[in-house]
Structure formats: C-alpha cells, structure tokens
Ligand binder design. Structure first.
Ligand code: NAD
Length: 289
C-alpha cells in the first residue's frame, strides 16, 4: 500500500518504520527536519508538504501531539487532498469531541475515518506491539485493520467515532488513579514497619493486586524490572499522564460524570509535573509521598 504518515516523533517514528518494514511505500511528513530525516533513513520517503505525502495514498496515518494540531492537519491539509478512497487513521491521543467532529467532517467529504489511539509506549511503537483501540464504522475499522496490524499486537473495535479515544482516556484515568493508590499503600506499609518486598509478596496474590503493582511496581528493587529500577528514566512520562488525566476530567465534566478520584489524580500529577518531574516516569510520583 501507499501510506502517508504525518507526525514522526517518539511514537510515529517507530510506527512508520514498521510500515516500511512490512513492505509498504511510506510517504512521511513532519514539521521537524530531524524527525523527517530519521524517517528517511528508516525507509520512508520524506515529503515537503502534507499535500505531497497524501497524494495518491491508500491510507493516511497520523501521530500528533494534540487535538488542535490534529484538527488543523486533517481539515486544512488532508481532506480535499488525499483521494476519497483513502482510509484516514488518527492514532494521536486527543479529546473525544475533536475526534468525533473531525471524523464527521471527513465523512461528509466522502472519506472513511477512524480514531485509533494506542496503549503502549515508545518501545512498543518501535517493536510493533502496540494495542490500537479503534472508533469508527465497521467499514472504517475493516479498512484500517490491515494497516494497524503492521504496528501492533492487538487491534480492537471500540465503537463509533470517538470510542477509541473514550477507551484510551478511561483506561489511562484508571491507570493514574491505580498508580497513586499503589504508591500510598507501599508508603503506608513502610511506615507501619512492613518490608516493601513482604508487602509485595502478600498484596500481589491478594485482592489489592493490580498492574501498577505487579507489572510496573513504583518501588525500586521490588517486582519485575520497571522504570523505578532505572531511577524512573524512560517509561511513561509524567507530562503524558498529566495530559491524559486532563483529557479525562475535561471529558467527564462535559458529560457531568462524577470523577472525584480522577480530579485528585490530575491535581497530584500536575503538582509533580510543576516540580520538574515532567520527563520522568509517572511512577516517580511515589517520591512525593
Ligand atoms: P512527539 O512530540 O515525540 O511527536 C509528535 C510529532 O508531531 C513531532 O515530531 C512534531 O514535530 C510533529 N508535529 C507537530 N505538529 C505537526 C504538524 N502540524 N504537522 C506534522 N507534524 C507535526 O510525541 P509522541 O511521544 O510521539 O506522542 C504522539 C502522540 O502519541 C501524542 O498524542 C501522545 O499523547 C500519544 N502517545 C504517546 C505515548 C508515549 O509514550 N510517548 C504513548 C501513547 C500515546
């Protein structure tokens, strides 16, 4: 297939490389000359404009920082430039409302468009092991699936347009809250004189067990290898957790869904980010307890 790829940053760079690796012709565009050059080294064809990248494409994939950039890219530079037969696939994490609105405008112009945000970080993007949560019509999902399968281990239809984004922010909202609870529990256990390893041995086979404990333990030296064992370098940045929690509380407020825990989690990660931890793994928030 001929695939246009827009946004070749930390995530998009690895994803595009998996598409070229699978034998697709990838035409790449990014505002960053460095990102574009790197994509070129990995087999993509660098393009000077989005219009050039999407010309004659069978699919358009994007991995952009936020909803306002995604809206402007699609409505100004993709719709009306890509062939209407091209499936439009936005993999960025953005707000549900923008995802729905842009998809509706693309559909009105004759395209099929899906939101397909991902679970998994930079390593999963490079390794082709992302999970895609896809929102759109069944026809759109079936059109996007063969493209997404080159970049992930799971491609799941979540529902209509915007449902992929809804699944993504609800999942990450739960993750943020769960990590804070895990941190609190480990710290309290310590204060009560319990060895962290002993607490792990017990809680990991008891009802407090959760992913933040048994797959991503925030305490160094406890549980399987995690960013805590590398001074919280790499992993999932605090700034990105803050972004996702902010999207979750905004979505919840818009539909008047009570989310006390998410609001508190957003505030705690905002404080951690403001204290200079934005680039560190989000589990480093245990150091604030
Ligand atoms: P990044 O900042 O590394 O990459 C974004 C890229 O988009 C940059 O190269 C930037 O130059 C490019 N860009 C910005 N505006 C553009 C425009 N108008 N036209 C073309 N290119 C443009 O960010 P990232 O870490 O790759 O994240 C991308 C998306 O993936 C975000 O929505 C993020 O929330 C989501 N995400 C990231 C992770 C992660 O671990 N990094 C995990 C899951 C989801």
């Amino acid at each position: 297939m001929r695939i246009a790829f827009i946004g070749l940053g930390n995530m998009g760079g690895g994803m595009a490389a998996n598409l070229t690796g699978a034998g697709h012709e990838v035409r790449a565009f990014d505002l960053s000359a460095d990102a574009l050059a790197k994509a070129g080294e990995q087999g993509a064809m660098p393009c000077a404009t989005i219009a050039e990248a999407v010309d004659g494409a069978n699919a358009v994939v994007s991995m952009l920082p936020n909803g306002s950039i995604m809206r402007s890219v699609y409505l100004n530079e993709v719709v009306g430039h890509a062939p209407v037969s091209a499936i439009l696939i936005d993999c960025s994490t953005i707000d549900v409302e923008t995802a729905r609105d842009v998809a509706a405008q693309a559909v009105a112009a004759g395209y099929d468009m899906v939101d397909a945000p991902v679970s998994g970080g930079i390593a999963a993007a490079a390794g082709g092991t992302l999970t895609f949560m896809v929102g759109g019509t069944m026809a759109g999902f079936e059109g996007a699936r063969p493209v997404l399968e080159n970049m992930g281990k799971a491609v799941i239809h979540a529902g209509e347009a915007g449902a992929g984004q809804a699944a993504k922010i609800c999942n990450n909202m739960l993750l943020g809250i769960q990590m804070l609870g895990t941190c609190e529990a480990f710290r309290l256990a310590e204060r009560l004189g319990l060895d962290p390893q002993k607490f792990y041995d017990i809680a990991s086979v008891s009802s407090g067990q959760c992913w933040s404990m048994t797959s991503y333990c925030p305490v160094p030296g406890v549980g399987p290898d995690s960013p805590a064992d590398r001074d919280y370098q790499g992993g999932f940045a605090t700034a990105l957790m803050l972004k996702d929690l902010s999207l979750a509380v905004a979505a919840a407020d818009a539909v008047e869904s009570r989310t006390d825990m998410a609001h508190l989690a957003r505030d705690l990660f905002a404080r951690h980010d403001a204290d200079g931890a934005g680039a560190r793994d989000f589990s480093s928030i245990i150091q604030t307890f």
